[in-house]
Design a protein around this ligand. Structure first.
Ligand code: PXP
Length: 247
């Protein structure tokens, strides 16, 4: 069964818009779990634009499911992760000007640096995942760096799906799915776990959720957006149904 990890960053985005104490990401973590989330993700960005340092401890304590910390591959962030001890760390590239994570980690270009970071995190018993573009060379590099898992960036797929008027059989969409499939095969052949995420929503999730050997989907913005209208528990539950009922 494909698992659903819920990213609750944007609950903190709303809070930070007013620099106040509500809505609380801890409450979001609890509601997401009651809706069926299999994991909770927060991204502690270097610019602290949404999740704050005090949130990560509080959210982790509220998690009865796996807690995944997304972060940049830097020494200060590794120090925070080793002290916090989340179940899993997903390493992502970070640009201060970007609206959201805009591309995968170039593992091949910084292999030695990432090997050292993965080794420190693994020594702290933390599962490591690399957020990579759908590119088999990046999967090979992630295996060399010692990652336990790779999360394939589904942003280009989601963009193609939207541009194609939500047509899953459009050639541009099939081309993106093919890139993901090729990369997933290399991930699995290297004995890493295959996860996927970014820009997935209630309309476009199905063709990704049916991919062979997929372990977990990581979804944030679409779920938090729907939660504004139906509540987070219900929004997670609806996504979970879509992911779960996929054969
Ligand atoms: N996976 C990673 C590595 C991400 O950086 C993000 C965005 O924070 C997500 C998944 C979730 O993306 P979205 O918010 O578009 O669902």
């Amino acid at each position: 069964m494909v698992l659903l990890g819920v990213n609750i960053d944007h609950v903190a985005t709303v809070r930070q818009a007013r620099r106040t104490y509500e809505p609380d990401p801890v409450w979001a973590a609890v509601e997401a779990q009651l809706g069926g989330a299999d994991a909770i993700t927060v991204h502690l960005r270097e610019d602290r634009r949404h999740i704050q340092d005090h949130d990560v401890h509080r959210v982790k304590d509220a998690c009865h499911v796996r807690f995944n910390l997304e972060m940049a591959a830097t020494d200060p962030m590794v120090a925070i992760a080793c002290e916090l001890a989340p179940h899993e760390v997903t390493l992502v590239p970070e640009g201060r000007q970007e609206i959201t994570t805009e591309g995968g980690l170039d593992v091949a270009a910084q292999l030695e640096h990432l090997k050292a970071i993965v080794s420190r995190l693994s020594d702290a018993q933390i599962i490591t995942s690399a957020f990579i573009d759908p590119d088999p060379r990046q999967a090979d590099a992630a295996a060399q760096a010692g990652f336990d898992a790779c999360e394939i960036h589904t942003g280009p797929y989601a963009h193609a799906f939207h541009e194609a008027g939500d047509d899953p059989d459009h050639p541009a969409v099939l081309q993106e799915i093919d890139k993901i499939t090729q990369t997933a095969r290399r991930i699995v052949d290297s004995k890493m776990r295959f996860n996927a995420g970014h820009a997935l929503n209630y309309a476009n999730v199905h063709p990704i959720a049916v991919l062979p050997a997929l372990c977990e989907l990581h979804i944030g913005h679409a779920i938090v957006s729907r939660a504004v209208f139906v509540g987070l528990r219900q929004a997670v539950s609806q996504m979970k149904q879509l992911v779960k009922t996929t054969p």
